[in-house]
Design a protein around this ligand. Structure first.
Ligand code: GLN
Length: 551
């Protein structure tokens, strides 16, 4: 059954031109923040042109991090921006790929739903896209839909066609097209050049879409003359040419776009009346970021250190932890392999805190364990996330509990002490289903994904941070703490400070005789926001600050 528009929700479609990485996701998130600051409710959707059904199996080197939602969807990292900037809660329905759209159409074809018909890009794929978009209809005042990729890409055409049709279906007062482009400064000419923007808008026009607003990424603000020129060539009003100038902190973007009048133009064009925006919290946030009182250095010992995008949420959560403590966080990315066969102090002694993030596979494993030993022995604040937590259990087992050769079975299937292992029979208390699996099970189906409750033990670092008994955090991992070793490890001094409510899954571990040493099986970075720094990141940075002031 096709859903009819409710006429409650207005849709803003954001496309990108000239080149990728212009910050479409940030622009979308910032616009959402501005609309919320006027009392409106917003949601988002990202339509990604690639064929993977979701980014779950994509290499973080290529695609950046996989962002996990409460409902366990493995999504594009832009979902992270949306959640960090607004109150919107992202879920499976907020991220579609071409692969997912095609998959669903092909399944329908197999089930005979198009009986007798020839299944085609138009109307079948485009209808499927439109239905995906319209799922958001009715729930909020404004839905911001970001089209991945760049206008002119072959892959993106069905999405562009679908949003073109949606303007016709929903009407002008319910739809708005924003196009994000680049206005480069060409040094040899000493000028900013508008031609790429003109071409990009022409490309969009060829697909039947006239943008209503242009957001132009530039190094320096566009002059009134240049805005006029762009307006003339691209059929928009000069005040609908918005400059998005490069900024120091990404949290300045909402303020800059507001100063350029983006939200005013959007509301005007959509015929929405709201009160004045309340942007003071954003101003205070940016002030705080720009006026830190201290600096701490955090060493991140991982595998994807070359590409910052692969630890996007983690980096942001550390920044937020800094904001909570008036601290600027300096990042030191350490390739774990560089620690192997070396004195870790050479690399780590400058760090006020050490973090081992999540990850898959065995590369750099011993280097990460070495970093953990260093943090434990030298009482450097340590934060282990997911794989980082698992390895801190391995490190403790080997070096304190005397379990020589202890390991995770992900990394050594022959280990005499499998302290981290794959639960063969596992009751998923979210779905109520018992999963049976082994090392050879299908990779996609065996992850523990999404939000799970966790109960905290009083008097622990975790409890001090959260100040409550039950929390909910997001997961994305296959292996778990092995309860066979729990007694033995606890007797040796390992503190189990958080478990699943039924006490079967160990979710947080700590060390008692250490200023701050904590490992968690979940990914707290997905729930940190600049305005609401995550308690564990806040406390970790606080501990790093204390250490930096002593040394
Ligand atoms: N590779 C580990 C597992 O599957 C940890 C995953 C992670 O850090 N996200 O359990």
């Amino acid at each position: 059954m096709k859903k009819q528009p409710t006429k409650k929700t207005k849709f803003i479609f954001i496309t990108g031109g000239v080149l990728s990485s212009l910050g479409k996701g940030l622009a979308a998130a910032s616009l959402g923040a501005l609309l919320e600051s006027r009392g409106m409710t917003v949601t988002f959707q990202k339509l990604d042109p690639y064929i993977n059904v979701d980014p779950g199996t994509m290499n973080p080197f290529q695609h950046g991090e996989v962002y996990v939602t409460d409902d366990g969807a493995e999504t594009d990292l832009d979902m992270g921006h949306y959640e960090r900037y607004t109150n919107a809660v992202m879920a499976q329905k907020n991220n579609y790929t071409s692969g997912r759209i095609y998959y669903s159409v092909i399944m329908k074809e197999r089930h005979g739903e198009y009986l007798g018909g020839t299944v085609q890009v138009i109307p079948h794929i485009t209808d499927e896209i439109k239905q995906a978009v319209l799922q958001l209809d009715g729930a909020v005042d404004v839905a911001i839909i970001e089209i991945g990729g760049t206008v002119g890409d072959i892959e993106g055409l069905p999405f562009i066609e679908a949003i073109r049709q949606l303007r016709g279906d929903l009407g002008r007062e319910y739809t708005l097209f924003i196009h994000l482009t680049l206005v480069p400064y060409i040094k040899t000419a000493g000028e900013m050049k508008t031609k790429p923007t003109q071409h990009s808008v022409k490309g969009l026009l060829a697909s039947g879409i006239q943008p209503d607003i242009l957001v132009c990424r530039t190094e320096t603000p566009l002059s009134a003359d240049l805005k006029k020129k762009i307006a003339l060539f691209c059929n928009v009003e000069p005040d609908s040419v918005i400059t998005a100038v490069d900024v120091e902190s990404i949290y300045e973007v909402p303020l800059r776009l507001h100063a350029e009048g983006l939200d005013d133009r959007v509301l005007e064009k959509l015929g929405i009346w709201t009160g004045a925006p309340y942007i003071k919290p954003w101003e205070e946030l940016v002030y705080r970021i720009k006026h830190p009182r201290h600096t701490v250095t955090i060493g991140i010992t991982g595998k994807y250190v070359e590409l910052k995008e692969s630890y996007k949420s983690l980096n942001e959560a550390l920044v937020h932890g800094g904001i909570a403590n008036h601290v600027k966080v300096e990042f030191r990315y350490i390739n774990a392999e560089d620690l192997e066969g070396r004195d870790p102090a050479e690399i780590l002694q400058e760090c006020d805190g050490i973090l081992v993030p999540g990850g898959f596979g065995s590369r750099g494993m011993e280097g990460k364990i070495k970093a953990i030993t260093y943090a434990r022995e030298n009482k450097v604040p340590f934060f282990g996330i997911c794989l980082g937590m698992q390895l801190s259990v391995v490190e403790f087992s080997r070096n304190i509990a005397g379990l020589d050769g202890a390991h995770s079975t992900e990394l050594d299937q022959e280990t005499p002490y499998p302290v981290i292992y794959l639960m063969k029979e596992w009751l998923d208390f979210r779905t109520g289903k018992t999963e049976i699996r082994d090392e050879n099970s299908d990779m996609g189906g065996t992850l523990r994904l999404g939000a799970y409750p966790c109960r905290l033990r009083e008097g622990t670092l975790a409890y001090t941070a959260y100040r409550r008994e039950e929390i909910s955090e997001r997961h994305r991992h296959r292996y778990e703490f092995n309860n066979l070793f729990r007694d033995q490890l606890e007797k040796a001094g390992l503190v189990v400070s958080g478990t699943s409510p039924d006490n079967t899954l160990v979710e947080i571990i700590e060390l008692a005789d250490h200023p701050w040493f904590l490992g968690c099986q979940f990914h707290p970075e997905f729930k940190s926001k600049p305005m609401k720094p995550h308690p564990l990141f806040r406390e970790f940075i606080k501990a790093a600050l204390t250490r930096s002031q002593k040394h």
